[in-house]
Structure formats: C-alpha cells, structure tokens
Design a binder for this molecule. Structure first.
Ligand code: AMP
Ligand code: MG
Length: 493
C-alpha cells in the first residue's frame, strides 16, 4: 500500500473543544528519512520498501500532509515529579491523523512538528539524538514483547536546534493505537468537566476496548483494565531492567503502553536504586521505585475518575495492582531463569531463588543482561561454573555464587527438560542484543556525521534481540568498560 492510500478516521477531532487545538506543522528545511521501520510499516499494513521516501520526507518535514489528515495538538495535564501542572499538552508533537488499519486505529504523531498553544517556552522542535533514542526504544521494547508506542521512521533535516549544544533537527513519526494519557482524564477532572470525561471514556471504550461497552459498569471495567495493563507493563520493565525515568502522569498511557521516551535506559550493572536521569537527584523515578510510582499514578487517575466511579470500587480495583504486578513479574523472571516445573507449588521457592540471584548480580555489579544469557548456557559441573563465574565477573570460588548455584542445581533437578532444551527456552526470552546507551550513542554520532547504516543495523538487531548474528563482534554484547574508548559498531548484513 502507498502512503497516499492510507485512510484516516480522525476521531479525536470529533471530541469536544477542550481536548485539542488545530495546529499545522511548522515546516523544517530539507528533511531526509534515515530509516523506515518494517515493524512500523507493518502496523500500517505497508511494505517498508514500497514507501515513497520523498513523500515521507515531505510529511516528516511538516511540508505536506496526506489526504485525510487533520493535524491537532492534544490537550492534557499531569503530575510532574509529584506536582500538578495544568499547562501541559502536545508542545512539540502533533497528531496528524488516525489511520484505519487491519489491526484497528493507529495514530500518526509527528514529534518535532513545531510550536503549539501548549509549548510554553519550548521551541516545539526535536533533535536527532532524542529522535533516534525514541525510535530505537520502540523497536527494542517490541522485540522484547513489552507494550510500547513505535515509529514508522526517523528523519533528519538541515536545521540546527539549540539544546545543551547545537544539534541537528529531526522528526519522529510515532505510531500508537492511541496517545490517550492519564493526564487527559486529570485535565477534565481539574476543570470539573464531568460530561466531557464521560465522552472521553466512551470514546476510548468504543474505539479500543469495545468488549467493555456491554459490561454492567463500563467505566469500572475500563479502569480495572488500565490497572491490570499498567501492572503488567511495569512488571515487564522490572524483569528486563528498563528505567523509564520520567514517569509523570502525563507520560502514562491509558492503553498500558510505554510512552514518551526521554532519558530512559536499560540498566547494565545491576543497581536497583539507579536512574539515568541526572535531573532526578532524589531518585523519584529510579528503577526500584517504578512499581510504587505506577500505583501512585494510578491513584491520581482513580481520584480523577471519582465523579464517575464509586470510590470504594476504585479502591478495590487499585488493590488488584500489586498482586497483578507480582504475578506477571514472577512469571517473567521464572522464564528468564529457565524454571517451568510445578508453577504453583514451586513459586515461593522460585521467588527467593530470583531474589538471591538479583542480590548476587547487585553485589558483584554484574551486567544484568549478559547474566541471564550466561545462565542459559550453564549446565552444571566445574567447567560450566567457571564459565558462568567469568561471565558474571565473580571469582570462581565465590561462596555466594557457589551457594546460589547449589540451590539452582537442586531446583533444576525438578525440571523435566534437559540443559539443551532449557538453554533454547532461556535464549528465547533473554536477549543478547540490548539497547545499551553507549551503543545508541555510537549510532547517533554516526547519523550526525551522515552515516545511517549503523542505525539500520542496530534497529534490525533490537527488533529480534534473541538470536546472535554471525560475525558480530563482542562490542555488541558488552557493557561499556570504565573509561572505554568509543566502540565501533559494524554491520555484517
Ligand atoms: P516530556 O517531559 O518530554 O514528557 O514533556 C513535558 C511537556 O513539555 C509536554 O507537554 C511536552 O510537549 C513539552 N515539551 C517538551 N519539550 C518541548 C519543546 N522542545 N518544545 C515545546 N514543548 C516541549
Ligand atoms: Mg511527555
């Protein structure tokens, strides 16, 4: 299918006035598409190779729209670092249109499209660095099976944008079934617009959760669904070492997707109270705070829904969050450790095995990702113990490792599958390619210097992160050495 054949049904523009402002993109000079995502293309029922790059570049430069698009900036508010901010909204991105696809509606959101009524003091622009980081994050999360927004493409242009330094301007064409945020509901609550809130909830139910339309209490069902999806989402973040780093309520999706990638990171050396966000000195959004912040954010959403849903019901539904998160987390971690047998009876023991494993990684500052991959290759016996110890950066005769392996050996004894089958299963859930910050930085620097091949290379690997490409050197798989010179990513395909 061609870009021009996309059909649009811009339902958000049919919502009341308070929900958005019509804004046309501010054009950039000369955009060039750096990469088109096959994943994003598939979400629009398109073949990436059949997309007209010139047309896409003009769209991403904000110069041309596709037939049927009606660009708007969405209005929302939110709690930022615990404080309510009424002045939020799409400040540098526009919802260009809602495509009709075989899988349902798909927002095309152009990030970096220029100023809007909600830009406050911002320039409405995006830079190449953050656009590439968000582009790669969508691919990596999808590759891991974690719900997320994605992108069709990233484009650079000839303008320069002032951040901490002067940087190349860029745009990201972001995709999501909806960009509805907790902050959309907060906005209507704060303005006492109960009828509009009802309109919004019915809009979301009809468009995204039609099964709730017939429920006895559709709004209750909708909130319970947000609770469950948020719990599952954050459980997956915890299981894969992802730190969002800016979990403000305006960055929380009502569909339970990872949304608005900023200073995020996948944690490498395992440090639970770590955050990559240098402006978050108190560690409010540190890795180990995320489950609690998820509940805090859901509580803000629940408060906003009090005009429409009974408070006791809201409380009861919030109570489901923690058990749901624990359940999903346990399930993911058991799979990552290769444990399948006796799921119910074995669970308490497995939970302490997981906790002791994480303690070990923390004590020895092992690389979180490689540790799981190395554990998949473990088959018992001295040689295998030695290899594992080396991979974890732990001395061979370390007592804590030996003790843990004894429990692990014992637990593996209850599994019916042998080491080969266990390794295969573990390799299918433990990625070897990880969106490491320094690797993303290499790709960004190459792109800034005019070479987008490394971007494509890394995107391909992150999209299917479980199988190793032949010929890829160790640089792909290692955390950065302290004071290491930049790595050189090469592409063998
Ligand atoms: P974020 O922390 O990226 O989720 O952004 C918080 C708010 O600031 C949102 O309402 C954004 O649209 C807005 N914003 C961030 N950067 C810019 C910018 N460069 N220009 C205008 N608005 C911005
Ligand atoms: Mg945001």
């Amino acid at each position: 299918m061609k870009l021009d054949s996309l059909q649009f049904d811009n339902a958000w523009t049919r919502l009341p006035e308070a929900f958005y402002s019509g804004v046309t993109p501010t054009p950039w000079r000369n955009a060039r598409v750096l990469d088109v995502s096959p994943l994003g293309a598939a979400q629009l029922d398109m073949d990436p190779d059949s997309i007209d790059r010139e047309r896409l570049a003009a769209l991403m430069a904000g110069r041309e729209l596709l037939p049927g698009m009606t660009p708007i900036a969405q209005k929302y508010t939110g709690h930022q670092f615990g404080t309510y901010n009424p002045a939020l909204g799409d400040g540098r991105g526009l919802l260009l249109g809602e495509a009709v696809t075989s899988q349902g509606p798909m927002d095309l959101h152009l990030k970096g499209a220029g100023q809007t009524p909600y830009s406050r003091f911002g320039d409405g622009r995006a830079v190449l660095r953050s656009s590439i980081r968000e582009y790669l994050a969508g691919e990596a999360m999808s590759g891991l099976g974690i719900p997320t927004t994605t992108a069709l493409a990233v484009a650079v242009n000839d303008e320069r944008v002032m951040r901490e330094r002067v940087e190349p301007g860029a745009t990201l064409l972001r995709l999501s079934p909806s960009h509805a945020r907790f902050g959309h509901v907060e906005w209507l609550y704060q303005r006492r617009k109960v009828e509009d809130m009802q309109t919004l909830l019915w809009h979301l139910i009809h468009r995204h959760r039609p099964e709730f339309a017939e429920a006895e209490a559709p709004f209750d069902a909708f909130f319970a669904d947000v609770v469950e999806r948020t719990a599952n989402l954050i459980a997956a973040w915890q299981a894969y070492g992802f730190v969002h780093a800016v979990m403000n309520t305006d960055n929380m999706s009502l569909l339970g997707l990872t949304l608005d990638y900023g200073p995020y990171a996948f944690m490498e050396r395992y440090t639970p109270d770590w955050t990559p966000n240098h402006t978050d000195a108190g560690g409010r959004y540190a890795f180990d705070q995320q489950p609690g912040v998820g509940l805090w954010n859901l509580t803000v959403l629940a408060q906003s829904l009090t005009p429409l849903v009974d408070v006791e019901r809201l409380r009861a539904m919030l109570d489901e969050y923690e058990p749901a998160l624990q359940r999903t987390y346990a399930q993911l971690m058991r799979a990552r450790l290769g444990l399948t047998a006796k799921p119910d009876a074995a669970s308490p023991g497995d939970a302490s095995l997981v906790a002791a494993w994480l303690k070990l990684l923390e004590q020895h500052q092992a690389d979180f990702h490689n540790a799981f991959r190395a554990l998949g290759a473990y088959r018992g016996g001295d040689d295998s113990r030695r290899e594992l110890a080396q991979a974890l950066n732990i001395a061979q005769d370390d007592a804590s490792l030996m003790a843990w392996l004894e429990s692990y050996d014992r637990r593996l004894g209850e599994e019916s599958r042998g080491p080969e089958a266990r390794k295969r299963a573990m390799d299918a859930v433990n990625p070897c390619y990880v969106l490491r910050t320094h690797l993303a930085q290499e790709v960004i620097e190459a792109a800034e210097a005019g070479d987008s091949a490394p971007l494509r290379c890394f995107r391909e690997r992150l999209a299917s992160p479980f199988s190793r490409h032949e010929g890829d050197g160790d640089d792909w798989f290692l955390p950065p050495a302290v004071n290491a010179p930049p790595v050189c990513l090469s592409c063998s395909s």
